[in-house]
Ligand binder design. Structure first.
Ligand SMILES: Cc1cc2nc3c(=O)[nH]c(=O)nc-3n(C[C@H](O)[C@H](O)[C@H](O)COP(=O)(O)OP(=O)(O)OC[C@H]3O[C@@H](n4cnc5c(N)ncnc54)[C@H](O)[C@@H]3O)c2cc1C
Length: 459
C-alpha cells in the first residue's frame, strides 16, 4: 500500500476549499489528519480561554465530518515538530501537507517541521497570499487603501476546491482524547452565553453564509448599528478556517450593490492585517511608531488598577463601553463599532497602553486573531503603520446616539433597560448599582493630549 500522507491542521478546520487536504487527496495516498495542541510553541501567545472553547467544538465538528467520510482526526499535544514526526513514524509517512500561517510562532514551527518531514505548504486562508500583492516598486503595502485597490485587481480568487475524497490508512496512529485537554471551562462554567450565541464548525459556518447572503445588500448601513445584527459574524469561522474567504468571495458573485462591495472591502482588511504581520512579526507586541513607545501610560497594576478592572468588567459608567465589554465577556464577541469605542476609551480616556487591551481581547474573543487584533488596536491607538491620529479621540457619548445604540445598551446593561432612548446614552439619574463615569470626557481628553504633546516635544 502507498505510504500515508499527513495533513497538519491548525486554524484551517474545514474540508471544503482546503488545499492541504486537496493536495494530499490528489496523490491518492491514504491520509492522516492531525491536530497538535502546541501551547509551549506559542509561548505567551498560547490560546486564550475563549479560543479554547471554540477550538474544542470546532475539532469535534471536524472529527464528526471526517468520520462520515471514512476518516478521523488524530490529536496530539506537545511540540508540533516532535509530535508530527512521531505520528509520521507510527503511520510510516514522510510527506506532510499544511496551509501556511503567518503568526511568528507558526512560521517557526513550520521551519522545524520542514527539518524532520517533507512539508508542503499551501495558500488557502486568505484571498491572496501576502507576498503576491505588492506596490509598483515590488514591496508589500503598509497602507490599506492602495493595498485594497491592488488586491481588487487580483480578484476573483481561484475557484474554491471541492471536498476531498479521503482514504484511510491500514492502521491509525495513537490519538489523545479531546476531553482530556480540558479546553472547556468547568469551575466556573462561563460559557453559557457562548453556547447561546454560536454554532461552531464548517456546516454552521456555511449556514451562516447562506443566511447572510440574503441581507448583504443592507450591510453598508446595518454593519455600523450595534442594536441590529447587521454584520456577518463570520469572524470566528474565518479565523478558525471553518470558512474559506475564497468561498465567501465566490458566494457573493453577482451581488453588485454597495452592501456587497463594502463587505468585500472588509474581507480585504483581513488580508491586509496578515500582510502587516508577515512584514512585522512583532506587530502584536509593540507600537510600530517609535514615539508611541514613550507615552507616559498609566500602570494597570498600579495607579490605574481600578480603571483597568472597571473597563474589563463593563463598569466604567459609559453605557456604550460597558455594553460592549459585557457582550464580549458573555459571548466572546463584540460589535466592530463598539470594539473601536471600547479600545479608544481604554487607550485615550484611561491612558492605558493598547497592549493590555489587546491581550484582554486575545483571551476573551472567540475570533482572537494575532493579525486582525494587533492591526486594529494599533489603528485605534494611532501607533500603527496605517493608523488614525492619536489626537483623534472618540467621544463615547456622541458615538452612542449617533449609532443608535439604545437597544444594544438595554440588552447588555440591564440596569439601564428602563431608560428612554434619549437618556440611556448618558443617564443623568443613574439607577442603583450603575456607576458614575470613572473619568470625565473633557478631563480625559486633556490628559491624553498632554501625554501625547509630551512625547512629541521629546520632554
Ligand atoms: C480593537 C479591535 C480589535 C479587533 N480584534 C479582532 C480580532 O482579534 N479578530 C478579528 O477577526 N477581528 C478583529 N477586529 C476586527 C472586527 O471588529 C471584526 O473582524 C468584526 O467585528 C467581526 O464581525 P463580523 O464577522 O460580523 O464582521 P463583518 O463586518 O461581517 O466583516 C466580515 C469579515 O471581514 C473581516 N473584517 C471586518 N472588519 C475587519 C477589520 N477591521 N480588520 C480585520 N478584518 C476585518 C473579518 O474577518 C470579518 O469576519 C478588531 C477590531 C477592533 C477595533
Amino acid at each position: 500500500m502507498t505510504a500515508p500522507i499527513l495533513v497538519w491542521l491548525r486554524r484551517d478546520l474545514r474540508l471544503a476549499d482546503q488545499p492541504a487536504f486537496h493536495a494530499a487527496a490528489a496523490s491518492g495516498a491514504p491520509m492522516v489528519p492531525v491536530y497538535v495542541l502546541d501551547d509551549d510553541g506559542a509561548g505567551d501567545r498560547a490560546l486564550g480561554g475563549a479560543s479554547r472553547w471554540w477550538l474544542h467544538h470546532s475539532l469535534t465538528a471536524l472529527d464528526v465530518d471526517l468520520r462520515r467520510a471514512g476518516s478521523r482526526l488524530i490529536l496530539r499535544r506537545g511540540g508540533a515538530a516532535r509530535e508530527l514526526a512521531a505520528v509520521a513514524k507510527e503511520a510510516g509517512a514522510r510527506e506532510i501537507h499544511a496551509i501556511v500561517h503567518y503568526e511568528p510562532w507558526w512560521r517557526k514551527a513550520e521551519g522545524e517541521v520542514a527539518k524532520v518531514l517533507n512539508l508542503h505548504l499551501h495558500d488557502g486562508n486568505y484571498l491572496a497570499p501576502p507576498a503576491s500583492v505588492l506596490t509598483g516598486g515590488g514591496t508589500p503595502f503598509r497602507i490599506f487603501t492602495p493595498f485594497w485597490r491592488a488586491l481588487e485587481q487580483e480578484m476573483p480568487p481561484p475557484e474554491p476546491l471541492t471536498r476531498p475524497k479521503l482514504t484511510a490508512p491500514a492502521t491509525w496512529p495513537d490519538s489523545a482524547r479531546l476531553e482530556d485537554w480540558n479546553l472547556l471551562p468547568t469551575a466556573p462554567d462561563w460559557a453559557g452565553g457562548f453556547r447561546k450565541a454560536w454554532r461552531v464548525g464548517e456546516h454552521s459556518a456555511q449556514d451562516r453564509l447562506d443566511e447572510f447572503l440574503d441581507r448583504v445588500g443592507d450591510y453598508e448601513t446595518a454593519r455600523n448599528l450595534p442594536s441590529i445584527d447587521g454584520s456577518s459574524r463570520f469572524s470566528p469561522h474565518l479565523h478558525w478556517g471553518e470558512l474559506s474567504p475564497r468561498h465567501v468571495w465566490h458566494a457573493l458573485s453577482g451581488k453588485r450593490g454597495i452592501g456587497a462591495q463594502s463587505f468585500r472591502r472588509e474581507l480585504g482588511w483581513r488580508d491586509f492585517a496578515q500582510g502587516i504581520v508577515a512584514q512585522f512579526p512583532r506587530y502584536g507586541e509593540e507600537s510600530f511608531r517609535e514615539e508611541h513607545r514613550r507615552l507616559p501610560w498609566r500602570d494597570p497594576r498600579g495607579e490605574a488598577k481600578g480603571d483597568w478592572a472597571a473597563w474589563r468588567q463593563g463598569r466604567t459608567g459609559y453605557p456604550i463601553v460597558d455594553a460592549g465589554m459585557r457582550q464580549l465577556w458573555a459571548t466572546g464577541w463584540m460589535h466592530n463599532r463598539v470594539r473601536m469605542i471600547a479600545a479608544s476609551f481604554l487607550i485615550k480616556h484611561l491612558l492605558i497602553d493598547w497592549r493590555h487591551g489587546e491581550r484582554w481581547f486575545w483571551d476573551t474573543l472567540v475570533d482572537a486573531d494575532y493579525g486582525n487584533n494587533a492591526v486594529n488596536w494599533q489603528w485605534v491607538s494611532g501607533s500603527g503603520v496605517d493608523a488614525s491620529l492619536f489626537s483623534r479621540i472618540m467621544a463615547p457619548l456622541v458615538q452612542s446616539p449617533k449609532f443608535q445604540a439604545a437597544n444594544y445598551i438595554r440588552e447588555w446593561v440591564p440596569e439601564l433597560a428602563g431608560l428612554s432612548d434619549d437618556d440611556i446614552h448618558d443617564p443623568v439619574f443613574r439607577p442603583t448599582g450603575y456607576p458614575a463615569p470613572i473619568v470625565g470626557h473633557r478631563e480625559a481628553r486633556e490628559r491624553a493630549l498632554a501625554a501625547y504633546a509630551q512625547v512629541k516635544s521629546g520632554a
